[in-house]
Design a protein around this ligand. Structure first.
Ligand code: S3P
Length: 425
């Protein structure tokens, strides 16, 4: 049980957020493929990225951790001695399925209760079209999943993805590195492009034309000496929203990654009336970063959907909190993907958030409707072991009349010191 008290004052001063989760995963995976040492700074030592570290070690990478830094030396991939455990991490599992599909050895994956329910056909299908042999439970759809040794090189394919998913795209890109010809992926809408950016930094050849990305096979990658991971905008999202809705706030969130494929939350909150300024913009390891200055503001409801959704998919629970404090109704369309995240986040938002602000949140198959301005109460809520639900409920309670969470340890997945920061804001 974790009790969050109502905040008695606005957010002031400066906040640091941990390293970006998506970039940290990719830094470990790609650095393991070179044959020189890569130093990764501001690496996110959250449970998800540690799952990737453990898997890559079992596959042969040398990974040493020092204070806040990590040193990775690729030594070639080899067959793991045991089943690999991706824990709660869809990114670990899906990216590694792509990396391992072309290898000449066998790997079996499992994961936690949540990951074992999540759909994997979306990765198995394109990898099988490339010639990979992958078997899983439930007609191949779920963990445990075994990737059989590739008897020959995979084929390059052209694949139109039915859903915009950076995990699926990245799996195909990694498999494409080892294929016999170029592979082209067509996205329905642009999803986060950290894999493309980092592969290019490792010397791989990629081309983008509109929503089509082509990867050319590469014999070897040339690792950079250093990767510095910017702060995670998905973690910053909780402070951006809390500072916007809590009167008296004037805060700077330092060193946040502002890659265009991730900044949908800033665009939507500005449309709602939020005052968010990007200062000190710079490039860090091929990725844009900035400090975000956020001042409390009055919000109004907005309607959005379509192409912007992949640019803010993980921030929708936090945006739903903002919408509950806005004047008027917010309608978020095309968010059916939330039903297959760490939990069914549409169901979780409706069931848990309505305990704090009754009759405010409603969902259809793929639309979320939030009627802002309703009365807020102190409540006991369930996180469903979903880190983003736990953090969104926490800021909701902090901005309202407090909240008690049944299980808050899940914040360790992406933001181990979240509650320390919340206590200090
Ligand atoms: C991620 C991609 C997104 C996102 C997840 C991280 C990534 O998932 O929700 O938290 O690092 O590639 P999908 O690819 O399923 O959209």
């Amino acid at each position: 049980m974790k009790k969050i008290l109502p905040l008695t004052h606005g957010l002031r001063g400066a906040i640091e957020v941990p390293g970006d989760k998506s970039i940290s995963h990719r830094a470990i995976i790609l650095s393991s493929l070179g044959n020189s040492s890569v130093e990764v700074t501001n690496f996110l030592a959250g449970a998800d990225c540690l799952s990737t570290v453990a898997c890559m070690k079992s596959l042969g990478a040398k990974i040493e951790r020092f204070d806040g830094r990590i040193l990775i030396t690729g030594q070639g991939l080899h067959e793991p001695e045991d089943i690999l455990d991706a824990g709660n991490s869809g990114t670990t599992l899906r990216l590694l399925m792509g990396l391992l599909a072309p290898q000449k050895f066998l790997t079996t994956f499992t994961g936690d209760d949540s990951l074992r329910q999540r759909p994997m056909a979306r990765v198995i299908k394109p990898l099988s079209l490339m010639g990979a042999s992958i078997v899983g439970r439930n007609l191949n759809r779920n963990l445990p999943i075994t990737i059989l040794p590739a008897s020959k090189k995979l084929h390059g394919i052209t694949y139109a993805m039915p859903v915009a998913s950076a995990q699926v795209k990245s799996a195909i890109l990694l498999a494409g590195l080892y294929a016999d010809s170029p592979t082209t992926i067509i996205e329905p809408a642009p999803s986060r492009d950290h894999t493309e950016k980092m592969l290019a930094a490792f010397g791989a050849r990629l081309e983008r034309v509109g929503n089509a990305i082509t990867i050319f096979p590469a014999d070897k990658l040339v690792a950079p000496d250093k990767i510095s991971v910017p702060g995670d905008i998905s973690s910053a999202a909780y402070w951006i929203v809390l500072a916007t809705i809590k009167s008296g706030s004037d805060v700077t969130i330092k060193n946040v990654g502002v890659n265009e494929t991730r900044t949908g939350i800033i665009d939507v909150l500005r449309d709602m009336g939020a005052r968010i300024e990007l200062v000190n913009e710079r490039t860090s390891g091929g990725e844009l970063a900035a400090d975000l200055k956020v001042v409390a503001s009055k919000l109004r409801g907005v309607e959005f959907g379509g192409e912007i959704i992949p640019r803010l998919i993980d921030e929708i629970p936090a945006l739903a909190v903002a919408a509950a404090f806005a004047e008027g109704t917010t309608i978020i369309r095309d968010v059916g993907e939330l039903r297959v995240k760490e939990t069914d986040r549409l169901a979780a938002i409706v069931e848990e958030f309505n305990k704090i602000s009754p009759a405010t949140f409603e969902a259809t198959d793929d639309t979320l409707i939030i009627r802002g301005g309703g009365e807020k109460f102190s409540a006991e809520c369930k996180t469903r072991a979903d880190h983003r639900m736990a953090m969104s409920l926490s800021i909701f309670g902090a901005a309202a009349k407090g909240v008690t969470l049944d299980d808050a340890d899940c914040v360790n997945i992406s933001y181990p010191n979240f509650f320390d920061t919340l206590a200090g804001v």
